[in-house]
Design a binder for this molecule. Structure first.
Ligand SMILES: [Zn+2]
Length: 212
Protein backbone atom coordinates (compact mmCIF):
# COMPACT_ATOMS: atom_id res chain seq x y z
CA UNK A 1 0.00 0.00 0.00
CA UNK A 2 2.79 2.35 1.00
CA UNK A 3 4.54 1.54 -2.24
CA UNK A 4 1.43 2.52 -4.19
CA UNK A 5 1.18 5.86 -2.31
CA UNK A 6 4.89 6.52 -2.88
CA UNK A 7 4.52 5.69 -6.55
CA UNK A 8 1.51 7.99 -6.93
CA UNK A 9 3.34 10.79 -5.10
CA UNK A 10 6.31 10.38 -7.41
CA UNK A 11 4.05 10.48 -10.49
CA UNK A 12 2.36 13.64 -9.19
CA UNK A 13 5.76 15.25 -8.58
CA UNK A 14 6.87 14.39 -12.12
CA UNK A 15 3.59 15.72 -13.54
CA UNK A 16 4.06 19.05 -11.71
CA UNK A 17 7.63 19.22 -13.00
CA UNK A 18 6.55 18.59 -16.57
CA UNK A 19 3.75 21.12 -16.32
CA UNK A 20 6.34 23.85 -15.90
CA UNK A 21 7.33 26.35 -13.27
CA UNK A 22 5.04 27.32 -10.45
CA UNK A 23 3.50 30.75 -10.85
CA UNK A 24 2.74 32.81 -7.76
CA UNK A 25 -0.53 34.76 -7.57
CA UNK A 26 -0.16 35.89 -3.95
CA UNK A 27 0.13 39.67 -3.94
CA UNK A 28 1.86 39.63 -0.54
CA UNK A 29 4.77 37.69 -2.06
CA UNK A 30 5.40 40.25 -4.80
CA UNK A 31 8.17 42.55 -3.61
CA UNK A 32 8.11 44.92 -6.54
CA UNK A 33 8.87 48.62 -6.52
CA UNK A 34 8.05 51.37 -8.99
CA UNK A 35 11.40 52.30 -10.55
CA UNK A 36 10.12 55.63 -11.82
CA UNK A 37 9.29 56.67 -8.25
CA UNK A 38 12.92 56.04 -7.31
CA UNK A 39 14.20 58.09 -10.24
CA UNK A 40 11.81 60.39 -12.08
CA UNK A 41 14.48 61.23 -14.66
CA UNK A 42 14.08 57.77 -16.24
CA UNK A 43 12.16 58.02 -19.50
CA UNK A 44 9.21 55.63 -19.90
CA UNK A 45 7.60 54.30 -23.04
CA UNK A 46 5.91 51.11 -21.81
CA UNK A 47 4.99 49.74 -25.21
CA UNK A 48 2.65 46.95 -24.05
CA UNK A 49 0.51 49.59 -22.36
CA UNK A 50 -0.08 51.01 -25.86
CA UNK A 51 -0.97 49.53 -29.25
CA UNK A 52 2.53 50.44 -30.49
CA UNK A 53 4.00 46.94 -30.06
CA UNK A 54 4.36 43.82 -32.20
CA UNK A 55 0.91 42.49 -31.23
CA UNK A 56 -0.84 45.72 -32.28
CA UNK A 57 -2.89 45.36 -29.07
CA UNK A 58 -2.76 47.02 -25.68
CA UNK A 59 -1.63 44.20 -23.36
CA UNK A 60 -1.16 46.13 -20.07
CA UNK A 61 -3.96 48.24 -18.56
CA UNK A 62 -1.46 50.84 -17.36
CA UNK A 63 2.10 52.01 -17.96
CA UNK A 64 3.81 50.59 -14.88
CA UNK A 65 7.54 50.07 -14.47
CA UNK A 66 8.03 47.59 -11.63
CA UNK A 67 11.10 45.56 -10.60
CA UNK A 68 12.33 43.72 -7.52
CA UNK A 69 14.02 46.28 -5.28
CA UNK A 70 17.69 45.26 -5.83
CA UNK A 71 17.20 45.44 -9.60
CA UNK A 72 15.36 48.76 -9.36
CA UNK A 73 18.09 50.30 -7.21
CA UNK A 74 20.80 48.99 -9.56
CA UNK A 75 19.00 50.44 -12.57
CA UNK A 76 18.83 53.82 -10.86
CA UNK A 77 22.62 53.66 -10.30
CA UNK A 78 23.12 52.89 -14.01
CA UNK A 79 20.98 55.88 -14.93
CA UNK A 80 22.80 58.19 -12.50
CA UNK A 81 26.15 57.30 -14.09
CA UNK A 82 24.77 57.71 -17.63
CA UNK A 83 23.35 61.13 -16.84
CA UNK A 84 26.85 62.25 -15.91
CA UNK A 85 27.73 61.40 -19.54
CA UNK A 86 24.77 63.36 -20.96
CA UNK A 87 22.64 60.25 -21.50
CA UNK A 88 19.50 58.80 -19.93
CA UNK A 89 17.75 55.41 -19.98
CA UNK A 90 14.39 54.88 -21.64
CA UNK A 91 12.40 51.86 -20.40
CA UNK A 92 10.18 49.89 -22.78
CA UNK A 93 9.25 47.05 -20.41
CA UNK A 94 9.97 45.74 -16.91
CA UNK A 95 7.71 43.44 -14.79
CA UNK A 96 5.25 41.54 -16.97
CA UNK A 97 2.46 39.41 -15.41
CA UNK A 98 2.63 35.75 -16.45
CA UNK A 99 -0.83 35.91 -18.07
CA UNK A 100 0.54 38.64 -20.39
CA UNK A 101 3.43 36.32 -21.24
CA UNK A 102 0.90 33.82 -22.58
CA UNK A 103 -0.60 36.48 -24.87
CA UNK A 104 2.82 37.38 -26.32
CA UNK A 105 3.62 33.67 -26.80
CA UNK A 106 0.39 33.17 -28.75
CA UNK A 107 1.52 35.85 -31.21
CA UNK A 108 5.22 34.84 -31.45
CA UNK A 109 5.80 31.23 -30.28
CA UNK A 110 9.56 31.50 -30.90
CA UNK A 111 11.86 31.11 -27.88
CA UNK A 112 14.54 33.31 -29.41
CA UNK A 113 12.27 36.30 -28.89
CA UNK A 114 9.50 35.40 -26.44
CA UNK A 115 9.98 33.17 -23.39
CA UNK A 116 7.76 30.09 -23.34
CA UNK A 117 5.19 30.64 -20.56
CA UNK A 118 5.76 27.03 -19.44
CA UNK A 119 9.18 28.16 -18.25
CA UNK A 120 8.29 31.79 -17.73
CA UNK A 121 10.20 34.96 -18.52
CA UNK A 122 12.58 36.85 -16.26
CA UNK A 123 10.20 39.75 -16.88
CA UNK A 124 7.58 37.67 -14.98
CA UNK A 125 9.95 37.70 -11.98
CA UNK A 126 10.39 41.47 -12.02
CA UNK A 127 14.05 40.83 -12.87
CA UNK A 128 14.35 41.97 -16.51
CA UNK A 129 14.17 45.25 -18.37
CA UNK A 130 13.92 46.27 -22.02
CA UNK A 131 15.71 49.58 -22.45
CA UNK A 132 17.57 51.93 -24.71
CA UNK A 133 19.69 55.07 -24.42
CA UNK A 134 18.56 58.64 -25.06
CA UNK A 135 20.28 62.00 -25.22
CA UNK A 136 19.68 63.68 -21.82
CA UNK A 137 19.18 67.17 -23.24
CA UNK A 138 16.86 66.30 -26.15
CA UNK A 139 15.30 63.00 -25.01
CA UNK A 140 16.00 61.64 -28.47
CA UNK A 141 16.83 57.94 -28.79
CA UNK A 142 20.40 57.10 -29.76
CA UNK A 143 20.97 55.04 -32.89
CA UNK A 144 20.80 51.32 -32.04
CA UNK A 145 21.10 48.10 -34.12
CA UNK A 146 17.30 47.79 -34.59
CA UNK A 147 14.01 49.11 -33.24
CA UNK A 148 12.50 47.53 -30.09
CA UNK A 149 11.03 44.03 -30.57
CA UNK A 150 12.55 43.72 -34.02
CA UNK A 151 12.62 39.94 -34.36
CA UNK A 152 15.40 39.87 -36.94
CA UNK A 153 19.02 38.59 -36.89
CA UNK A 154 20.19 42.22 -36.62
CA UNK A 155 18.81 42.35 -33.07
CA UNK A 156 21.50 39.90 -31.99
CA UNK A 157 24.28 41.53 -29.94
CA UNK A 158 26.88 40.03 -32.23
CA UNK A 159 25.19 40.56 -35.60
CA UNK A 160 27.79 41.27 -38.28
CA UNK A 161 26.14 43.95 -40.41
CA UNK A 162 25.49 46.64 -37.82
CA UNK A 163 26.61 50.27 -38.41
CA UNK A 164 29.63 51.03 -36.17
CA UNK A 165 27.86 53.93 -34.45
CA UNK A 166 24.85 51.75 -33.56
CA UNK A 167 27.12 48.99 -32.32
CA UNK A 168 29.10 51.47 -30.18
CA UNK A 169 25.89 52.76 -28.57
CA UNK A 170 24.68 49.23 -27.92
CA UNK A 171 28.03 48.29 -26.36
CA UNK A 172 27.98 51.42 -24.18
CA UNK A 173 24.56 50.41 -22.83
CA UNK A 174 25.76 46.84 -22.29
CA UNK A 175 28.85 47.97 -20.34
CA UNK A 176 26.87 50.39 -18.16
CA UNK A 177 24.34 47.67 -17.32
CA UNK A 178 27.00 45.02 -16.66
CA UNK A 179 28.64 47.27 -14.04
CA UNK A 180 25.47 47.01 -11.95
CA UNK A 181 24.73 43.31 -12.36
CA UNK A 182 22.65 43.14 -15.54
CA UNK A 183 23.43 40.65 -18.32
CA UNK A 184 22.20 41.16 -21.87
CA UNK A 185 20.22 38.53 -23.76
CA UNK A 186 22.12 37.57 -26.92
CA UNK A 187 19.20 37.74 -29.38
CA UNK A 188 17.83 41.07 -28.11
CA UNK A 189 20.21 44.01 -27.64
CA UNK A 190 17.51 45.84 -25.59
CA UNK A 191 16.90 43.06 -23.01
CA UNK A 192 18.81 42.71 -19.71
CA UNK A 193 18.40 40.21 -16.87
CA UNK A 194 19.29 41.07 -13.29
CA UNK A 195 21.62 38.77 -11.35
CA UNK A 196 20.02 36.29 -8.94
CA UNK A 197 16.79 36.28 -10.95
CA UNK A 198 16.41 32.59 -10.00
CA UNK A 199 15.74 33.64 -6.40
CA UNK A 200 12.56 35.50 -7.33
CA UNK A 201 9.27 33.72 -8.17
CA UNK A 202 7.35 33.86 -11.42
CA UNK A 203 4.41 36.16 -10.73
CA UNK A 204 0.96 36.50 -12.18
CA UNK A 205 -0.27 39.50 -10.28
CA UNK A 206 -2.06 42.22 -12.23
CA UNK A 207 -0.66 45.74 -12.29
CA UNK A 208 -3.89 46.97 -10.73
CA UNK A 209 -3.17 44.90 -7.60
CA UNK A 210 0.35 46.27 -7.31
CA UNK A 211 -0.58 49.91 -6.91
CA UNK A 212 -0.18 52.77 -9.31
ZN1 LIG B 1 12.78 41.72 -22.51
Amino acid sequence: MCKIVACLSFMLWVAIGLAGQQVCTDVTVAKLVDVHKLDVSLLLDIRYATTNNFTGRQIYPMASCLLVRPAAESLVRVNTKLRQQGLVLKIWDAYRPHSCQKILWQVVPDERFVANPARGSRHNRGCAVDITLCDLSTGKELEMPTAFDDFSPQANRNAADIPPSARANSRLLEAAMAEEGFTGLSDEWWHFDYRDWQQHPLLDIPFTALGE
